[in-house]
Design a protein around this ligand. Structure first.
Ligand SMILES: Nc1ncnc2c1ncn2[C@@H]1O[C@H](COP(=O)(O)OP(=O)(O)OP(=O)(O)O)[C@@H](O)[C@H]1O
Ligand SMILES: [Mg+2]
Length: 322
């Protein structure tokens, strides 16, 4: 395992922490608050356009091949404060992985490290490695947008562009990844992404309406469609249902089940029933008494809930703390 320390972002890299002694790689990054790009009608969809394939029923499947994600001994700091300690986890393709644990144990930080969003936080640093299909996500030779388009993220609060149409919301990510597509291809992609996200039947006849006019549950599925449109190999979901009603929650859970064959899914949830319902593998994070977060136990979800090996896991999944 390499023990590189990856510094955070910003035009002026922040002062590096003194704790890790290994070499430091300053990373460049764009701001997550960058305005949405102007959209045009000539976006490229990469594989299909490059190969000259026409869109339509025979077009390539929505997501790219691959999707095995692996974290190796990941540690993280905010300034001098260590918040994650040597976290290793395999998140294989075709398996939904749930991350559970009490508030503040580092679940969101871990998720942000997986798709290089952690480095956008001032004074945030990390050590360890993240491998997607065997390739280092933090390889300095790799473009940041490459990692972000391969590993999408859906947040707790739905964040569509509210004034932008449903259609343009779905294709909004393409420009950021440098892909180009003609109108027909975009039409196809919009339908396919919304169908995969379980929203097409509800909005297919009103794509020109603003994203902000949808219900909370629909907005969250629109955000999932937006993530899928760039053909990710992995979809990270940070408490995607915590702001939703039970019906919308159930709809998102169905969507997760439908997507899992094609996209590796890692979901953070505080809802134990949800973790039980949607995941096949589960990791229990804990930060005890001011120590950094660690994985206490991980394994098949049924075993984690039915016969946990560690007393702390048992206490947590049975609601005795957290
Ligand atoms: N931007 C930040 N700057 C400094 N400290 C941070 C920052 N973000 C998170 N932390 C700290 O890192 C630790 C882990 O936070 P994180 O948000 O990853 O926890 P979490 O498990 O996702 O919690 P929750 O379940 O409440 O969402 C916490 O102690 C938190 O205070
Ligand atoms: Mg969190």
């Amino acid at each position: 395992m390499s023990d590189q320390t990856l510094s955070a972002t910003s035009p002026t890299p922040p002062t590096l922490p003194t704790h890790p002694t290994s070499p430091t790689l300053p990373m460049s990054a764009t701001s997550p608050m960058s305005p949405a790009p102007a959209l045009d009608d000539t976006m490229d969809l990469g594989t299909s356009a490059a190969s000259g394939a026409a869109p339509g029923p025979g077009s390539p499947r929505l997501t790219a091949a691959g999707g095995d994600l692996r974290a190796e001994s990941v540690s993280a700091w905010f300034g001098d404060r260590k918040v994650l300690d040597h976290v290793s986890l395999d998140m294989p393709k075709g398996v939904v992985t749930a991350l559970i644990g009490p508030s503040g144990c580092g679940k969101s930080t871990f998720l942000r490290i997986l798709n290089r969003m952690h480095e956008l936080v001032p004074k945030a640093t990390l050590a360890g490695r993240v491998l997607l299909d065997g390739r280092d996500v933090y390889d300095p030779q790799r473009r940041l947008t490459e990692a972000r388009s391969a590993i999408g993220m859906v947040f707790q609060k739905p964040n569509p562009f509210p004034a932008m149409s449903i259609y343009d919301n779905v294709v909004a990510g393409l420009r950021l990844t440098g892909r180009r597509a003609g109108r027909a291809e975009k039409d196809h992609l919009v339908e396919e992404s919304l169908t995969k996200a379980g929203l097409w039947r509800e909005v297919g006849n009103r794509l020109d309406q603003p994203g902000g006019a949808l219900s909370g549950g629909q907005q969250q599925r629109l955000c999932i469609a937006r993530s899928l449109a760039v053909r990710p190999r992995v979809l990270l979901m940070d408490e995607p249902c915590s702001a939703l009603d039970p019906t919308s929650t159930r709809r998102i859970e169905e969507t997760i089940g439908e997507l899992a064959d094609e996209v590796t899914i890692v979901i953070v949830t505080h809802n134990m029933q949800q973790a039980h319902r949607v995941s096949q593998q589960c990791a229990f994070f804990l930060a005890e008494q001011g120590t950094p977060g660690r994985i206490v136990e991980y394994g098949p979800t049924a075993a984690m809930f039915g016969s946990p090996q560690d007393q702390r896991t048992s206490d947590y999944v049975n609601g005795r703390f957290g």
